[in-house]
Design a protein around this ligand. Structure first.
Ligand code: AVJ
Length: 304
């Protein structure tokens, strides 16, 4: 759908929302990288620690010569321990941000001269037909960073089912997800003292302005992030600080003071919920690894 129409439709729902895909222009990607270095945002460090602690085990579980496929590869940094330790036959980074992807993939190829790197600029949430052209071999989809948590549970299931098809009966999914824990730790991770996450959240309005010609005033919206422990998700929102009138695609929307626009759900997982997801795709969790504080989980899903 046309982005202007999509934005108009989602803002006109009873509970207005904007898709998290609008976080990531170049400023948004920069802010996200800053987030990953914040003391409160433990996710990236915890996942890296899992690779530090368990790399031998992970490599053993995977074997060598695999084709590693990474949807949403970003700067291709998370896959490095795997490339170093498991000697895959090919690495296929996939990302929607083409320019960023070409640069990151080129650097990876230079660093691992014996590795075949094929970068694919595509929206992997749509279709996977582009995989017809990649070399044959055992496929491992690497999906780290708890990105899966941005999908609502039924979309998580659909996505894992799709990945199960992509990897076939011999392959596997190496999935990194953030775990359910006390609300205070989670809330701090999404509402940091330095206000970087607030800036990241508000930047979405600037992105929407640039992409649709809307005229949101980002500074008139307050960042809010709360953990809904029943639904096991962080709910990130923007709250209008005064009445806001916004024009998009020739239509005028009025948001009264206190109106909430939802910008992101970040779902958290339990071992049971990871196993349920695997089972819904006909897979099982054959291995899993945790960081030393058991905040984050890396799970290997294989066909049952
Ligand atoms: C990139 C989706 C995993 O949900 O933790 C970070 C995005 N949002 N801080 C997450 C995010 C606010 C992040 N993911």
């Amino acid at each position: 759908m046309d982005e202007t129409l999509e934005v108009l439709a989602s803002l006109s729902e009873e509970l207005p929302r904007l898709s998290p895909k609008y976080f990531y222009d170049s400023r948004g990607s920069e802010l996200f990288e800053e987030i990953t270095a914040l003391p409160e945002y433990y996710l990236t460090r915890s996942e890296a620690e899992i690779f530090d602690r368990h790399l031998d085990d992970i490599a053993q579980a995977l074997g060598s010569g695999d084709i590693i496929i990474e949807p949403g590869s970003g700067n291709c940094s998370k896959v490095r321990p795997l490339l170093q330790r498991t000697a895959p036959s090919a690495y296929i980074p996939i990302d929607i941000a083409g320019d960023f992807l070409w640069a990151a993939a080129a650097n990876t190829a230079l660093e691992y001269p014996n590795l075949g790197v094929t970068a694919i600029a595509a929206d992997f949430t749509q279709s996977w037909t582009f995989l017809e052209e990649i070399p044959k071999g055992r496929r491992i989809v690497f999906y780290p960073g708890s990105t899966l948590g941005n999908f609502d549970p039924s979309a998580q299931q659909d996505f894992i089912r799709q990945l199960a098809q992509v990897v076939g009966t011999q392959g596997g999914i190496l999935l990194g997800v953030d775990l359910h824990k006390d609300s205070a730790t989670l809330q701090r991770a999404y509402d940091d003292a330095a206000g970087v996450t607030a800036a990241f959240n508000r930047n979405m309005l600037a992105v929407v302005n640039a992409r649709t010609g809307a005229n949101f005033e980002p500074k008139e919206w307050r960042h809010q992030a709360r953990y809904n422990s029943e639904m096991r998700r962080i709910e990130m929102e923007l709250v209008a600080q005064s009445t806001q009138t916004v024009t998009i695609g020739g239509q005028t929307l009025k948001f009264s003071e206190g109106t909430i626009i939802r910008t992101e759900h970040s779902h958290k997982f339990t071992m049971a919920s990871i196993q349920d997801l695997a089972a819904a795709a006909g897979m099982t969790v054959t291995h899993h690894w945790l960081d030393s504080s058991a905040r984050f989980c890396l799970a290997l899903l294989q066909n049952a």
